[in-house]
Every structure is written in C-alpha cells, then in structure tokens.
Ligand binder design. Structure first.
Ligand code: PEP
Length: 253
C-alpha cells in the first residue's frame, strides 16, 4: 500500500500574514477526531517568502512544508535563486520540480528538471517532479510519448537507491487552473505509463512503490473519485488549496 500524499501548490499567492492565518484555520481541520483527518501525508508549498512563516506555523503538526522550485548549484552568483541547502536550513522537506508553469513561463526544460532532481535528492529533500502533456499533444495522440520523454530525461543518471523518496505528479497542462479535470480513468492510464517508465529507469520494485499524484483542477467535489483510483496516490492542488476549508475537505476526501 502506498501512503497517499496531498500537496498544496500556492503558486504566487499569499503574504506571510495570510500564511499564518491559513494555518490557524487549517490545522484544526486536519488534526481532529474526524476519521479521515490526518490520514495521509499533507504538504503545503508556499512562495519562498512565506516558507519560514509556514514552517513556524506548522511546527509540531502533521503538515510538512515544501518549496515550489530550487536551483541546483551549491552557491554563487545566481541572482534570485535559492538552493536545496537553503531550503533545508529553514525547515523545508519537500520541493516541487518542473511544474508546467515553470516550463511554460520560466524556461524550465527536461534537462534542468534533471539537474534540480539530482540536487534535491542529494540534499535529502523529497522531490515532487511534475510531468504532463499540453492539449495539442493529447489531441495528436502524443500523451504517451511526452510522458515517457519527460520521465526518461528527468530520471537520467539518477540512481534508484538515491531516488527512494521520489514523488511524480501527473499534471495534464490543459487541466491546470482551467476547471477541466482528467477523468479518473484518463489519470489512471497516464499514471500507468509513468509507472512503466519508472520501472525501466529504476526497476519494477521501485516503480511499484513510487507515488504518483494527480494534479489539475482537483476540488472537494472531485477529490473522492480521483483518490479512489488505485493508480492515483494523491493530489497536487493549486487553486482549491488556497482556502483552508476547501483544502481540508480535499485532504479528507
Ligand atoms: C497546480 O498548480 O499544480 C494545479 C494543479 O493547479 P489547479 O489545481 O489550480 O489546477
């Protein structure tokens, strides 16, 4: 049994004060007597600026804090960048790598995803590597090829031993922030492709344990159906994670 992981991607939303307010309201909702509260691994990924506020607010709770990005160099003249050691130093445990918005707007490539993945696992951060096809690729029947290529290049020269904590998020780009959700079956099919690729790169035993999240307009109303699919090991949630009640009901699906 793979333990489910529900992660919030806050993108460029919330100030430190708003972060503290969120945790004030959210933590009691996922740590109560409710049967489904705190059942799964919960991660919140705010902006760099709010990481410290989030780590402090979540201290001693069942919620871990992740970053939305990192840079692979150890230090140097890289204006605006933040590396794995800096994230660890403020108490971050997880990091999102290769989100489609970074690929689309900030020049992220399969090769930079690979460099970031290597630096995250080397440092001991839990990486959440995002892959997914755009609408034109899906319509052209290229979803399999795109997912295989993104995984193959992300996993290049990464050893199974070091990648034990790896998490992959399948995020069809056409479903992110659009209100369109992949059907549970579509997501399960894509997850099976990713798992097969992971088996080629790391071996079957590794692939069987690999957690693959679904992301793309996950909401309280569709979380249960998605999470009931055996192939879906959790969710990466954007818009619906900004509100404490909405994110808590996704966590409790
Ligand atoms: C995301 O940002 O990873 C995401 C899936 O966004 P949304 O839930 O808003 O579609």
């Amino acid at each position: 049994m793979r333990k489910k992981l529900i992660a919030a991607n806050w993108k460029m939303y919330k100030t430190p004060d708003q972060t503290r307010d969120f945790f004030h309201d959210f933590l009691p909702l996922v740590h109560g007597p409710d049967r489904n509260a705190g059942r799964d691994e919960i991660v919140v990924c705010p902006t760099y600026l709010c990481l410290e506020a989030a780590v402090t607010a979540a201290k001693g709770s069942n919620v871990a804090i992740g970053a939305q990005n990192l840079y692979w160099e150890k230090e140097g003249a890289f204006t605006g960048e933040v590396n794995a050691a800096m994230l660890l130093a403020v108490g971050v445990t997880h990091v999102i790598i290769g989100h489609s918005e970074r690929r689309q707007y900030f020049g992220e490539t399969d090769d930079t995803v690979n460099l970031k993945l290597k630096s995250a696992i080397e440092a001991g951060l839990i990486p959440i590597v995002c892959v997914g096809e755009v609408l034109e690729e899906r319509e052209a029947g290229l979803t399999d090829d795109v997912l295989r290529r993104q995984c193959l290049r992300a996993f290049h020269k990464v050893s199974a031993k070091k990648a034990v904590s790896l998490v992959v998020a399948y995020e069809p780009v056409w479903a992110i922030g659009t209100g369109k959700t992949a059907t549970p079956q579509m997501a399960a099919d894509a997850h099976a492709i990713i798992r097969a690729e992971a088996a080629e790169s790391f071996g079957q035993e590794f692939a069987d344990k690999l957690r693959i999240l679904y992301g793309g307009s996950v909401k309280p109303e569709n979380a249960h159906a998605l999470m009931s699919e055996e192939e879906i090991d959790g969710a990466l949630v954007g818009g619906a994670s900004l509100d404490p009640k909405s994110f808590a009901s996704i966590v409790k699906y």
